[in-house]
Design a protein around this ligand. Structure first.
Ligand code: GLC
Ligand code: CA
Length: 550
Protein backbone atom coordinates (compact mmCIF):
# COMPACT_ATOMS: atom_id res chain seq x y z
CA UNK A 1 0.00 0.00 0.00
CA UNK A 2 1.50 3.29 -1.09
CA UNK A 3 2.22 5.69 1.71
CA UNK A 4 0.33 8.95 1.38
CA UNK A 5 2.69 11.64 0.23
CA UNK A 6 2.42 14.57 2.61
CA UNK A 7 3.02 16.88 -0.34
CA UNK A 8 0.35 15.47 -2.67
CA UNK A 9 -1.44 17.83 -4.96
CA UNK A 10 0.85 20.00 -7.05
CA UNK A 11 1.96 17.95 -10.04
CA UNK A 12 4.05 20.76 -11.55
CA UNK A 13 6.30 21.40 -8.58
CA UNK A 14 9.39 20.15 -10.41
CA UNK A 15 9.20 22.61 -13.31
CA UNK A 16 11.09 25.40 -11.60
CA UNK A 17 12.35 23.59 -8.53
CA UNK A 18 15.74 24.34 -7.01
CA UNK A 19 17.18 20.92 -6.22
CA UNK A 20 20.08 20.53 -3.79
CA UNK A 21 22.34 17.53 -4.39
CA UNK A 22 23.54 15.70 -1.30
CA UNK A 23 26.51 13.39 -1.59
CA UNK A 24 25.55 11.34 1.49
CA UNK A 25 29.01 10.13 2.46
CA UNK A 26 30.27 13.69 2.65
CA UNK A 27 27.39 15.75 4.02
CA UNK A 28 27.19 15.12 7.79
CA UNK A 29 28.37 12.25 9.98
CA UNK A 30 26.31 11.58 13.10
CA UNK A 31 28.25 8.64 14.61
CA UNK A 32 31.82 9.78 14.06
CA UNK A 33 33.05 6.99 11.80
CA UNK A 34 34.15 9.54 9.21
CA UNK A 35 31.39 8.66 6.75
CA UNK A 36 28.32 10.81 6.29
CA UNK A 37 25.02 9.14 7.15
CA UNK A 38 21.24 9.54 7.16
CA UNK A 39 21.21 10.48 10.84
CA UNK A 40 23.63 13.27 9.90
CA UNK A 41 21.30 14.51 7.18
CA UNK A 42 18.34 14.31 9.56
CA UNK A 43 20.26 16.49 12.01
CA UNK A 44 20.75 19.09 9.27
CA UNK A 45 17.24 19.32 7.87
CA UNK A 46 16.85 22.74 9.49
CA UNK A 47 19.87 23.92 7.53
CA UNK A 48 18.40 22.53 4.30
CA UNK A 49 15.12 24.29 5.05
CA UNK A 50 16.96 27.54 5.76
CA UNK A 51 18.44 27.49 2.25
CA UNK A 52 15.02 27.80 0.64
CA UNK A 53 15.42 24.81 -1.69
CA UNK A 54 12.49 22.86 -3.11
CA UNK A 55 14.02 19.40 -3.14
CA UNK A 56 17.08 17.35 -2.32
CA UNK A 57 18.59 14.69 -4.56
CA UNK A 58 20.67 12.12 -2.74
CA UNK A 59 23.46 10.39 -4.62
CA UNK A 60 23.50 6.60 -3.97
CA UNK A 61 23.24 5.46 -0.34
CA UNK A 62 22.75 1.78 -1.22
CA UNK A 63 24.94 -1.05 0.08
CA UNK A 64 28.11 -0.85 -1.98
CA UNK A 65 31.80 -1.70 -1.96
CA UNK A 66 32.37 1.89 -3.15
CA UNK A 67 34.33 0.89 -6.23
CA UNK A 68 32.75 3.97 -7.81
CA UNK A 69 31.54 6.08 -4.89
CA UNK A 70 28.34 4.06 -4.49
CA UNK A 71 27.41 3.98 -8.20
CA UNK A 72 28.19 0.28 -7.82
CA UNK A 73 24.98 -0.90 -6.15
CA UNK A 74 24.76 -4.21 -4.27
CA UNK A 75 21.06 -3.94 -3.48
CA UNK A 76 18.73 -1.33 -4.96
CA UNK A 77 16.13 -1.69 -2.23
CA UNK A 78 18.23 -1.16 0.87
CA UNK A 79 20.53 1.31 2.60
CA UNK A 80 24.23 0.82 3.26
CA UNK A 81 24.46 -0.04 6.98
CA UNK A 82 27.32 2.47 7.25
CA UNK A 83 24.87 5.13 6.09
CA UNK A 84 21.74 4.07 7.93
CA UNK A 85 18.65 1.95 7.53
CA UNK A 86 15.20 2.12 5.99
CA UNK A 87 13.55 3.41 9.17
CA UNK A 88 15.93 6.35 9.16
CA UNK A 89 15.23 6.86 5.49
CA UNK A 90 11.49 7.09 6.25
CA UNK A 91 12.19 9.50 9.08
CA UNK A 92 14.29 11.67 6.79
CA UNK A 93 11.64 11.76 4.06
CA UNK A 94 9.00 12.68 6.58
CA UNK A 95 11.11 15.43 8.08
CA UNK A 96 11.98 16.85 4.67
CA UNK A 97 8.36 16.71 3.56
CA UNK A 98 7.18 18.47 6.67
CA UNK A 99 9.61 21.24 5.72
CA UNK A 100 8.17 21.31 2.18
CA UNK A 101 11.28 19.74 0.68
CA UNK A 102 10.79 16.96 -1.86
CA UNK A 103 13.15 14.01 -2.26
CA UNK A 104 14.93 12.56 -5.31
CA UNK A 105 16.90 9.34 -5.12
CA UNK A 106 19.51 8.14 -7.59
CA UNK A 107 18.69 5.11 -9.75
CA UNK A 108 21.62 3.32 -11.41
CA UNK A 109 20.08 1.07 -14.09
CA UNK A 110 22.92 0.48 -16.54
CA UNK A 111 25.00 -1.64 -14.19
CA UNK A 112 24.92 -3.16 -10.73
CA UNK A 113 27.89 -3.93 -8.57
CA UNK A 114 29.67 -7.27 -8.90
CA UNK A 115 28.48 -8.03 -5.35
CA UNK A 116 24.81 -7.83 -6.40
CA UNK A 117 22.99 -11.10 -5.69
CA UNK A 118 22.22 -11.55 -9.38
CA UNK A 119 25.82 -11.13 -10.47
CA UNK A 120 26.97 -13.58 -7.82
CA UNK A 121 24.34 -16.05 -9.10
CA UNK A 122 25.54 -15.44 -12.65
CA UNK A 123 29.14 -16.22 -11.71
CA UNK A 124 28.04 -19.42 -9.98
CA UNK A 125 25.87 -20.51 -12.93
CA UNK A 126 26.96 -21.99 -16.26
CA UNK A 127 27.61 -20.15 -19.51
CA UNK A 128 24.32 -19.85 -21.37
CA UNK A 129 22.25 -20.03 -18.17
CA UNK A 130 19.30 -17.71 -17.40
CA UNK A 131 21.38 -16.30 -14.52
CA UNK A 132 24.09 -15.16 -16.92
CA UNK A 133 21.55 -13.71 -19.30
CA UNK A 134 20.76 -10.88 -16.85
CA UNK A 135 24.22 -9.50 -17.63
CA UNK A 136 26.38 -9.51 -20.74
CA UNK A 137 28.55 -12.61 -20.79
CA UNK A 138 30.38 -13.72 -23.94
CA UNK A 139 33.11 -16.15 -24.92
CA UNK A 140 36.50 -14.69 -25.65
CA UNK A 141 38.29 -14.67 -28.96
CA UNK A 142 41.46 -16.54 -29.83
CA UNK A 143 42.21 -20.22 -29.63
CA UNK A 144 41.59 -20.50 -25.89
CA UNK A 145 39.14 -17.66 -25.64
CA UNK A 146 41.72 -15.64 -23.78
CA UNK A 147 41.28 -12.53 -25.86
CA UNK A 148 38.39 -10.21 -24.91
CA UNK A 149 35.25 -10.65 -27.05
CA UNK A 150 35.78 -7.19 -28.61
CA UNK A 151 38.16 -4.24 -28.33
CA UNK A 152 36.13 -2.33 -25.82
CA UNK A 153 37.61 0.23 -23.45
CA UNK A 154 35.68 1.31 -20.35
CA UNK A 155 35.12 4.86 -19.15
CA UNK A 156 37.62 4.37 -16.38
CA UNK A 157 40.37 2.53 -18.14
CA UNK A 158 41.46 0.34 -20.96
CA UNK A 159 39.40 -2.81 -20.47
CA UNK A 160 35.62 -3.02 -20.91
CA UNK A 161 35.56 -6.84 -20.58
CA UNK A 162 36.72 -8.89 -17.59
CA UNK A 163 37.30 -12.63 -17.60
CA UNK A 164 35.62 -14.91 -15.06
CA UNK A 165 37.29 -18.00 -13.57
CA UNK A 166 35.46 -20.33 -15.97
CA UNK A 167 36.81 -18.45 -18.96
CA UNK A 168 33.79 -16.38 -20.09
CA UNK A 169 33.97 -12.60 -20.14
CA UNK A 170 31.47 -9.95 -18.96
CA UNK A 171 31.01 -6.43 -20.24
CA UNK A 172 31.33 -3.30 -18.11
CA UNK A 173 31.25 0.25 -19.46
CA UNK A 174 32.64 1.48 -16.14
CA UNK A 175 34.83 -0.34 -13.60
CA UNK A 176 35.08 -4.12 -13.57
CA UNK A 177 33.08 -4.00 -10.32
CA UNK A 178 30.15 -2.52 -12.34
CA UNK A 179 28.88 -5.26 -14.72
CA UNK A 180 26.37 -3.99 -17.29
CA UNK A 181 22.84 -5.39 -17.16
CA UNK A 182 21.30 -7.01 -20.23
CA UNK A 183 18.36 -4.68 -20.86
CA UNK A 184 16.85 -7.12 -23.36
CA UNK A 185 16.07 -9.45 -20.48
CA UNK A 186 12.49 -8.93 -19.16
CA UNK A 187 13.60 -9.83 -15.65
CA UNK A 188 15.87 -6.77 -15.63
CA UNK A 189 12.99 -4.59 -16.80
CA UNK A 190 10.73 -5.95 -14.09
CA UNK A 191 13.36 -5.51 -11.42
CA UNK A 192 13.67 -1.78 -12.07
CA UNK A 193 9.90 -1.26 -12.18
CA UNK A 194 9.84 -2.93 -8.78
CA UNK A 195 12.68 -0.68 -7.58
CA UNK A 196 10.86 2.46 -8.72
CA UNK A 197 7.71 1.35 -6.91
CA UNK A 198 9.68 0.43 -3.81
CA UNK A 199 10.99 3.99 -3.40
CA UNK A 200 7.81 5.67 -4.64
CA UNK A 201 5.86 3.72 -2.01
CA UNK A 202 8.23 5.10 0.62
CA UNK A 203 7.24 8.61 -0.40
CA UNK A 204 10.11 9.47 -2.73
CA UNK A 205 9.05 12.24 -5.12
CA UNK A 206 11.55 11.88 -7.93
CA UNK A 207 14.44 9.98 -9.44
CA UNK A 208 17.75 10.99 -10.94
CA UNK A 209 18.61 8.42 -13.59
CA UNK A 210 22.29 7.56 -13.87
CA UNK A 211 23.74 7.20 -17.39
CA UNK A 212 20.18 7.20 -18.71
CA UNK A 213 21.38 7.05 -22.31
CA UNK A 214 23.05 3.63 -21.89
CA UNK A 215 20.97 0.52 -20.95
CA UNK A 216 19.90 -0.65 -24.44
CA UNK A 217 22.67 -2.01 -26.66
CA UNK A 218 23.09 -3.64 -30.04
CA UNK A 219 25.63 -6.39 -29.46
CA UNK A 220 25.52 -8.05 -32.83
CA UNK A 221 28.28 -7.63 -33.81
CA UNK A 222 29.99 -6.87 -30.50
CA UNK A 223 31.15 -3.27 -30.64
CA UNK A 224 34.72 -2.07 -30.43
CA UNK A 225 35.33 1.31 -28.80
CA UNK A 226 38.43 3.06 -27.54
CA UNK A 227 36.97 6.46 -26.71
CA UNK A 228 33.88 7.81 -25.02
CA UNK A 229 34.07 11.22 -26.64
CA UNK A 230 30.67 12.50 -27.68
CA UNK A 231 32.00 12.98 -31.18
CA UNK A 232 32.45 9.20 -31.46
CA UNK A 233 28.84 8.51 -30.46
CA UNK A 234 26.37 8.29 -33.36
CA UNK A 235 23.69 10.93 -33.18
CA UNK A 236 20.83 9.15 -34.95
CA UNK A 237 19.75 6.55 -32.41
CA UNK A 238 21.82 3.74 -33.94
CA UNK A 239 24.97 3.86 -31.83
CA UNK A 240 25.53 0.29 -30.56
CA UNK A 241 26.13 1.38 -26.95
CA UNK A 242 24.41 4.67 -26.23
CA UNK A 243 21.30 6.71 -26.84
CA UNK A 244 19.57 4.05 -28.89
CA UNK A 245 16.02 4.92 -29.86
CA UNK A 246 14.64 1.91 -28.01
CA UNK A 247 15.90 3.15 -24.63
CA UNK A 248 12.86 5.43 -24.74
CA UNK A 249 10.64 2.30 -24.62
CA UNK A 250 12.11 1.62 -21.19
CA UNK A 251 11.23 5.12 -20.00
CA UNK A 252 7.71 4.94 -21.42
CA UNK A 253 7.21 1.97 -19.11
CA UNK A 254 8.68 3.87 -16.19
CA UNK A 255 6.38 6.80 -16.91
CA UNK A 256 3.40 4.48 -16.38
CA UNK A 257 4.75 3.65 -12.94
CA UNK A 258 5.37 7.33 -12.11
CA UNK A 259 1.78 8.09 -13.06
CA UNK A 260 0.44 5.49 -10.64
CA UNK A 261 1.22 7.99 -7.88
CA UNK A 262 -0.22 11.30 -6.74
CA UNK A 263 1.41 13.56 -7.53
CA UNK A 264 3.07 11.62 -10.36
CA UNK A 265 6.68 10.80 -9.57
CA UNK A 266 9.18 12.71 -11.65
CA UNK A 267 12.61 11.97 -13.04
CA UNK A 268 15.63 13.68 -14.50
CA UNK A 269 17.92 11.96 -16.98
CA UNK A 270 21.67 12.10 -16.79
CA UNK A 271 22.17 11.69 -20.53
CA UNK A 272 25.44 12.86 -22.06
CA UNK A 273 24.07 12.85 -25.59
CA UNK A 274 24.26 15.13 -28.59
CA UNK A 275 22.16 18.15 -27.56
CA UNK A 276 19.54 17.62 -30.28
CA UNK A 277 18.96 14.10 -28.89
CA UNK A 278 18.09 15.37 -25.41
CA UNK A 279 14.39 16.19 -25.95
CA UNK A 280 13.05 12.59 -25.96
CA UNK A 281 14.50 12.00 -22.48
CA UNK A 282 12.70 15.13 -21.29
CA UNK A 283 9.38 14.31 -22.92
CA UNK A 284 6.18 13.84 -20.95
CA UNK A 285 5.96 10.22 -22.10
CA UNK A 286 9.53 9.64 -20.96
CA UNK A 287 11.48 10.74 -17.92
CA UNK A 288 10.13 14.30 -18.13
CA UNK A 289 13.35 16.21 -17.59
CA UNK A 290 16.99 15.90 -18.64
CA UNK A 291 20.12 17.53 -17.32
CA UNK A 292 21.57 20.22 -19.50
CA UNK A 293 25.30 20.20 -18.79
CA UNK A 294 26.16 22.93 -21.26
CA UNK A 295 27.00 25.49 -18.58
CA UNK A 296 29.74 23.14 -17.37
CA UNK A 297 31.55 23.71 -20.63
CA UNK A 298 30.93 27.44 -20.84
CA UNK A 299 33.78 29.82 -20.38
CA UNK A 300 33.31 33.19 -18.69
CA UNK A 301 31.88 34.79 -21.76
CA UNK A 302 28.56 36.59 -22.34
CA UNK A 303 28.02 35.14 -25.79
CA UNK A 304 28.64 31.53 -24.70
CA UNK A 305 26.23 31.92 -21.82
CA UNK A 306 23.62 33.53 -24.03
CA UNK A 307 23.83 30.78 -26.64
CA UNK A 308 23.57 28.01 -24.07
CA UNK A 309 20.58 29.66 -22.45
CA UNK A 310 18.70 30.36 -25.71
CA UNK A 311 19.38 26.91 -27.12
CA UNK A 312 18.21 25.14 -24.00
CA UNK A 313 15.07 27.18 -23.59
CA UNK A 314 14.22 26.45 -27.23
CA UNK A 315 14.86 22.76 -26.62
CA UNK A 316 12.62 22.56 -23.58
CA UNK A 317 9.89 24.35 -25.51
CA UNK A 318 10.00 21.46 -27.99
CA UNK A 319 9.01 18.94 -25.32
CA UNK A 320 6.85 20.98 -23.00
CA UNK A 321 9.38 20.20 -20.27
CA UNK A 322 11.30 22.85 -18.38
CA UNK A 323 14.99 23.42 -18.79
CA UNK A 324 17.53 22.42 -16.18
CA UNK A 325 20.72 24.22 -15.21
CA UNK A 326 23.83 22.79 -13.58
CA UNK A 327 27.07 24.52 -12.59
CA UNK A 328 28.50 21.89 -10.26
CA UNK A 329 27.97 18.27 -9.28
CA UNK A 330 29.88 15.31 -7.83
CA UNK A 331 31.58 14.53 -11.17
CA UNK A 332 33.12 17.87 -12.10
CA UNK A 333 35.45 20.50 -10.71
CA UNK A 334 33.45 22.89 -8.52
CA UNK A 335 32.54 25.96 -10.53
CA UNK A 336 34.38 28.34 -8.20
CA UNK A 337 37.57 26.48 -9.12
CA UNK A 338 36.74 26.01 -12.80
CA UNK A 339 36.34 29.75 -13.20
CA UNK A 340 39.66 30.19 -11.39
CA UNK A 341 41.44 28.48 -14.29
CA UNK A 342 42.56 31.29 -16.58
CA UNK A 343 40.77 31.00 -19.93
CA UNK A 344 38.62 28.10 -18.76
CA UNK A 345 36.18 26.98 -21.45
CA UNK A 346 37.49 29.50 -23.92
CA UNK A 347 40.24 27.49 -25.54
CA UNK A 348 40.26 23.96 -26.91
CA UNK A 349 42.81 23.18 -24.22
CA UNK A 350 40.27 23.42 -21.40
CA UNK A 351 37.14 21.43 -20.79
CA UNK A 352 35.42 20.44 -23.95
CA UNK A 353 32.27 18.35 -23.75
CA UNK A 354 32.93 17.12 -27.26
CA UNK A 355 36.16 15.42 -26.33
CA UNK A 356 35.83 14.46 -22.76
CA UNK A 357 33.05 12.56 -21.11
CA UNK A 358 34.03 13.93 -17.73
CA UNK A 359 35.55 17.29 -17.09
CA UNK A 360 39.26 16.90 -17.44
CA UNK A 361 40.53 18.03 -14.07
CA UNK A 362 43.32 20.26 -15.24
CA UNK A 363 44.30 21.76 -11.95
CA UNK A 364 47.94 22.03 -12.85
CA UNK A 365 47.25 25.62 -13.95
CA UNK A 366 47.83 28.66 -11.80
CA UNK A 367 44.50 29.28 -10.17
CA UNK A 368 43.06 32.72 -9.46
CA UNK A 369 40.82 31.59 -6.62
CA UNK A 370 39.29 34.98 -5.81
CA UNK A 371 38.35 35.60 -9.41
CA UNK A 372 36.94 32.07 -9.56
CA UNK A 373 34.69 32.68 -6.58
CA UNK A 374 33.49 36.05 -7.89
CA UNK A 375 32.59 34.52 -11.22
CA UNK A 376 31.00 31.51 -9.54
CA UNK A 377 28.71 33.71 -7.45
CA UNK A 378 27.85 35.79 -10.51
CA UNK A 379 27.12 32.65 -12.54
CA UNK A 380 24.94 31.25 -9.76
CA UNK A 381 22.88 34.42 -9.49
CA UNK A 382 22.46 34.39 -13.26
CA UNK A 383 21.44 30.71 -13.20
CA UNK A 384 18.91 31.25 -10.42
CA UNK A 385 17.25 33.95 -12.51
CA UNK A 386 16.66 31.55 -15.42
CA UNK A 387 13.35 29.85 -16.13
CA UNK A 388 13.33 26.14 -15.32
CA UNK A 389 14.93 24.20 -12.52
CA UNK A 390 18.40 24.60 -11.08
CA UNK A 391 20.46 21.82 -9.56
CA UNK A 392 22.95 22.94 -6.95
CA UNK A 393 25.61 20.78 -5.37
CA UNK A 394 26.33 20.59 -1.64
CA UNK A 395 29.00 23.08 -0.60
CA UNK A 396 28.59 25.44 -3.53
CA UNK A 397 26.43 27.59 -1.25
CA UNK A 398 29.62 28.03 0.81
CA UNK A 399 31.60 29.01 -2.28
CA UNK A 400 33.81 25.96 -1.75
CA UNK A 401 36.72 25.33 -4.06
CA UNK A 402 37.83 21.88 -5.09
CA UNK A 403 40.40 20.41 -2.73
CA UNK A 404 43.32 20.17 -5.11
CA UNK A 405 45.98 18.69 -2.86
CA UNK A 406 44.55 15.34 -1.72
CA UNK A 407 47.51 12.96 -1.52
CA UNK A 408 47.37 10.27 -4.16
CA UNK A 409 47.26 7.46 -1.59
CA UNK A 410 44.09 8.95 -0.07
CA UNK A 411 42.22 9.27 -3.36
CA UNK A 412 39.15 7.05 -3.80
CA UNK A 413 37.99 7.79 -7.32
CA UNK A 414 38.41 4.98 -9.90
CA UNK A 415 38.70 7.64 -12.57
CA UNK A 416 41.99 8.56 -10.92
CA UNK A 417 43.25 5.00 -10.52
CA UNK A 418 42.24 3.73 -13.91
CA UNK A 419 42.55 6.84 -16.00
CA UNK A 420 46.19 6.31 -16.93
CA UNK A 421 46.97 9.91 -16.03
CA UNK A 422 44.36 11.29 -18.43
CA UNK A 423 42.01 12.46 -15.69
CA UNK A 424 42.39 14.03 -12.31
CA UNK A 425 40.32 12.72 -9.45
CA UNK A 426 36.71 13.68 -8.72
CA UNK A 427 37.52 13.39 -5.00
CA UNK A 428 38.34 17.11 -4.92
CA UNK A 429 34.65 18.01 -5.03
CA UNK A 430 33.60 15.19 -2.69
CA UNK A 431 35.42 16.23 0.49
CA UNK A 432 33.14 16.27 3.59
CA UNK A 433 31.57 19.67 4.30
CA UNK A 434 32.84 22.12 6.94
CA UNK A 435 30.08 22.99 9.41
CA UNK A 436 32.25 24.55 12.14
CA UNK A 437 35.53 26.48 12.09
CA UNK A 438 37.23 23.90 14.34
CA UNK A 439 36.81 20.42 15.73
CA UNK A 440 38.05 17.04 14.55
CA UNK A 441 36.39 17.30 11.13
CA UNK A 442 35.18 20.89 11.06
CA UNK A 443 31.82 19.84 12.48
CA UNK A 444 31.27 17.19 9.79
CA UNK A 445 31.00 14.77 12.69
CA UNK A 446 32.46 13.86 16.07
CA UNK A 447 35.20 11.79 14.37
CA UNK A 448 37.37 12.18 11.31
CA UNK A 449 36.64 12.54 7.64
CA UNK A 450 36.93 9.87 4.94
CA UNK A 451 38.73 12.34 2.66
CA UNK A 452 41.21 14.84 4.11
CA UNK A 453 39.81 18.34 4.68
CA UNK A 454 41.99 21.38 4.01
CA UNK A 455 42.98 24.00 6.63
CA UNK A 456 41.15 26.76 4.75
CA UNK A 457 37.86 25.08 5.66
CA UNK A 458 38.09 27.05 8.94
CA UNK A 459 37.38 30.26 7.01
CA UNK A 460 34.43 29.00 5.00
CA UNK A 461 32.53 26.83 7.50
CA UNK A 462 28.76 27.19 7.77
CA UNK A 463 29.02 28.69 11.28
CA UNK A 464 31.42 31.37 10.04
CA UNK A 465 29.26 32.27 7.07
CA UNK A 466 26.08 32.34 9.11
CA UNK A 467 27.60 35.16 11.15
CA UNK A 468 28.46 37.19 8.05
CA UNK A 469 25.72 38.89 6.04
CA UNK A 470 28.06 39.29 3.06
CA UNK A 471 28.94 35.57 2.87
CA UNK A 472 28.31 33.29 -0.10
CA UNK A 473 25.83 31.39 2.08
CA UNK A 474 23.88 34.58 2.76
CA UNK A 475 23.84 35.29 -0.98
CA UNK A 476 22.38 31.86 -1.79
CA UNK A 477 19.74 32.19 0.93
CA UNK A 478 18.83 35.67 -0.20
CA UNK A 479 18.65 34.64 -3.84
CA UNK A 480 16.48 31.60 -3.22
CA UNK A 481 14.08 33.57 -1.08
CA UNK A 482 13.76 36.38 -3.62
CA UNK A 483 13.45 33.94 -6.50
CA UNK A 484 10.35 32.48 -4.88
CA UNK A 485 8.80 35.92 -4.72
CA UNK A 486 9.87 37.10 -8.16
CA UNK A 487 9.31 33.95 -10.21
CA UNK A 488 5.89 34.44 -11.74
CA UNK A 489 6.26 33.04 -15.26
CA UNK A 490 8.74 31.28 -17.53
CA UNK A 491 9.10 34.27 -19.86
CA UNK A 492 12.61 35.53 -20.60
CA UNK A 493 13.33 38.55 -22.75
CA UNK A 494 16.88 39.50 -23.73
CA UNK A 495 17.80 43.16 -23.24
CA UNK A 496 20.01 45.24 -25.44
CA UNK A 497 22.91 46.29 -23.24
CA UNK A 498 26.48 47.55 -23.38
CA UNK A 499 29.20 45.17 -24.58
CA UNK A 500 30.47 42.99 -21.75
CA UNK A 501 27.06 42.81 -20.11
CA UNK A 502 24.42 40.13 -20.49
CA UNK A 503 20.93 41.07 -19.33
CA UNK A 504 17.43 39.69 -19.49
CA UNK A 505 14.07 40.64 -18.11
CA UNK A 506 11.97 38.03 -16.33
CA UNK A 507 9.06 40.19 -15.29
CA UNK A 508 8.42 43.92 -14.95
CA UNK A 509 10.09 43.79 -11.58
CA UNK A 510 12.91 41.35 -12.25
CA UNK A 511 15.92 41.99 -14.43
CA UNK A 512 19.18 40.06 -14.23
CA UNK A 513 22.39 41.66 -15.47
CA UNK A 514 25.88 40.14 -15.45
CA UNK A 515 29.16 41.89 -16.09
CA UNK A 516 31.43 39.44 -17.94
CA UNK A 517 34.09 42.08 -18.60
CA UNK A 518 37.19 43.00 -16.57
CA UNK A 519 35.98 46.54 -15.82
CA UNK A 520 33.11 47.95 -13.80
CA UNK A 521 30.18 49.01 -16.00
CA UNK A 522 27.50 51.55 -15.22
CA UNK A 523 23.99 50.19 -14.91
CA UNK A 524 20.68 51.81 -14.11
CA UNK A 525 17.81 50.49 -12.06
CA UNK A 526 17.23 49.58 -8.47
CA UNK A 527 19.52 46.78 -7.27
CA UNK A 528 17.61 44.21 -5.24
CA UNK A 529 20.41 41.68 -4.89
CA UNK A 530 23.99 41.48 -6.13
CA UNK A 531 26.83 38.97 -6.07
CA UNK A 532 29.35 41.72 -5.21
CA UNK A 533 29.26 45.07 -3.51
CA UNK A 534 27.87 47.81 -5.74
CA UNK A 535 29.15 51.34 -5.29
CA UNK A 536 27.21 54.11 -6.95
CA UNK A 537 25.70 52.56 -10.03
CA UNK A 538 28.75 50.62 -11.09
CA UNK A 539 28.42 46.87 -11.50
CA UNK A 540 31.89 45.45 -10.74
CA UNK A 541 33.67 43.07 -13.09
CA UNK A 542 32.61 39.42 -12.67
CA UNK A 543 29.37 40.25 -10.91
CA UNK A 544 25.62 39.79 -11.35
CA UNK A 545 22.85 42.02 -10.06
CA UNK A 546 19.12 41.57 -9.92
CA UNK A 547 17.36 44.85 -10.62
CA UNK A 548 13.83 46.02 -10.51
CA UNK A 549 14.04 48.08 -13.72
CA UNK A 550 16.74 49.10 -16.24
C1 GLC B 1 27.32 8.80 -13.53
C2 GLC B 1 27.69 9.28 -12.16
C3 GLC B 1 29.14 9.02 -11.92
C4 GLC B 1 29.40 7.54 -12.06
C5 GLC B 1 28.91 7.00 -13.40
C6 GLC B 1 28.82 5.50 -13.42
O1 GLC B 1 27.90 9.58 -14.50
O2 GLC B 1 27.33 10.62 -12.00
O3 GLC B 1 29.54 9.48 -10.66
O4 GLC B 1 30.78 7.30 -11.95
O5 GLC B 1 27.61 7.46 -13.70
O6 GLC B 1 27.73 5.04 -12.67
CA1 CA C 1 28.75 7.89 9.96
Amino acid sequence: MARKNQLAGDSHWWRNAVVYQIYPRSFADANGDGIGDLAGIISRVDYLASLGIDAVWMSPFYPSALADGGYDVDDYMDIDPRIGNLDQFDELVEKLHSNNIRVFVDIVPNHSSDRHEWFQEALAAKPGSPERDRYIFRDGRGENGDLPPSNLASHFGPEGWTRTPDGQWYMHLFTKEQPDFNWDNPEVEEYFLKTLRFWSDRGVDGFRIDVAHALKKNLDPLPDRDSYALSVMKDDGTDPLFDRDEVQDVYRQWRKVFNEYDPPRVAVAEAWVHPHRRPPYASEEGLGQAFNFDLLASGWNAEQFKNVISDNIAMSDQTGSSSTWVLSNHDVIRHATRFAIPGYGLSPDSFDLENQWYVNHRLDHDLDLDMGLSRAKAATLLMLALPGSSYIYQGEELGLHDVVDIPSEQMQDPQWFRGEGKFKSRDGCRVPLPWEASGPSFGFGPGGSHLPQPKWYADVAVSVQEADSSSTLALYRGALKLRRELYTSDELQWLDVKPGLLAFRRSPSWICVTNFSDEPIEISGEVILASAEITGNLLPANATAWLSSL
